[in-house]
Design a binder for this molecule. Structure first.
Ligand code: SG7
Ligand code: ZN
Length: 265
């Protein structure tokens, strides 16, 4: 499905006209999590993360024209526990960001608070193909991390390393091999992985399939402003002279009859 974000005649408000689509469904993502309505759930136990400390799981970095995406070796990286009913293999992670300002760019929010960026680790249920997962309400488990801008330039080192690759993937379709450069764990340092929200939602891009068990971690990853700004001023939606990818975050969607849960603390 061809879609865009913030062009005058092509943006998230027109996604519902793309067919076939679920973008006007009732279980859409992202949402603004209102903590007053969050229900504690004792089923939300600790996660088991496999391969998160293994730098050989990160295969390459890609400019999709919509985001920056890192392809993972799904045979080496997986997620289970955390109240998930099955095991999920990690396929890729990618980022959503704003236009260089420090407080807008995330997709989710907590009590109206947004962050500079959001990182999504996409995991596919082990017993499904990607195509089948789109039509199963629990086909994917996406792990969402807020990224908070700090003034402390050039930190953390893992992010300095990751963002150094962006200048090699300025055009759509460009990829760079990054195997053995860094680990996923090094990118999510400082986040309490036992502190998260859970709800049932959708992919945040067309066709917006309602096939995602969402986990939104409460603690943000802290990354310096200068490194965050590299996303919005390096990678382009197409080729040289086309605009940079900016504001690739979908607006909040209605919660409707859904409930957001979190573990007992
Ligand atoms: C981006 O967001 C891509 C998609 C992803 C989609 O468009 O990262 O990934 C691929 C492989 O095209 O869709 C199925 C899937 O991962 C939505 O992902 S998101 O809901 O986590 N933002
Ligand atoms: Zn995403």
């Amino acid at each position: 499905v061809e879609f865009c974000y913030n062009l005058p005649a092509c943006n998230a408000s027109t996604w519902a006209t793309l067919a076939p689509h679920d973008c006007n469904g009732t279980n859409q993502s992202p949402i603004n999590i209102l903590t007053a309505g969050v229900m504690p759930d004792s089923n939300l136990t600790a996660f088991t993360f496999r391969g998160f400390n293994d730098s050989s799981t990160l295969i390459n970095i890609l400019n999709t024209g919509k985001a920056v995406q890192i392809e993972l070796d799904s045979e080496k990286m997986s997620v289970s526990g955390g109240g998930l009913q099955s095991q999920y293999n990690s396929t890729q992670f990618h980022f959503h960001w704003g236009n260089g300002t420090s407080v807008n760019g995330s997709e989710h929010a907590v009590d109206g608070r947004t962050y500079a960026m959001e990182m999504h680790i996409v995991n596919l249920r082990t017993d499904l193909t990607a195509a089948a997962a789109l039509n199963d309400s629990k086909g994917f488990a996406v792990l969402a991390f807020f990224i908070e801008a700090t003034n402390d330039s050039g930190i953390p080192e893992s992010w300095k390393n990751l963002t150094s690759f962006l200048s090699n993937i300025t055009n759509i379709g460009a990829t760079m091999d990054i195997m053995n450069s860094l680990t996923v764990n090094s990118l999510i340092q400082g986040v309490d992985l036992n502190n998260y929200y859970r709800y049932q939602g959708s992919l945040t891009t067309p066709a917006c399939k309602e096939s995602v068990v969402w986990t939104v971690f409460k603690d943000p990853i802290k990354v310096s402003n200068d490194l965050i700004n590299l996303f919005s001023n390096t990678v382009r939606i197409n080729t040289t002279a086309d605009p940079f990818i900016t504001n690739n975050n979908r607006p909040f969607q209605a919660l409707n009859t859904r409930t957001v849960t979190s573990q007992l603390k």
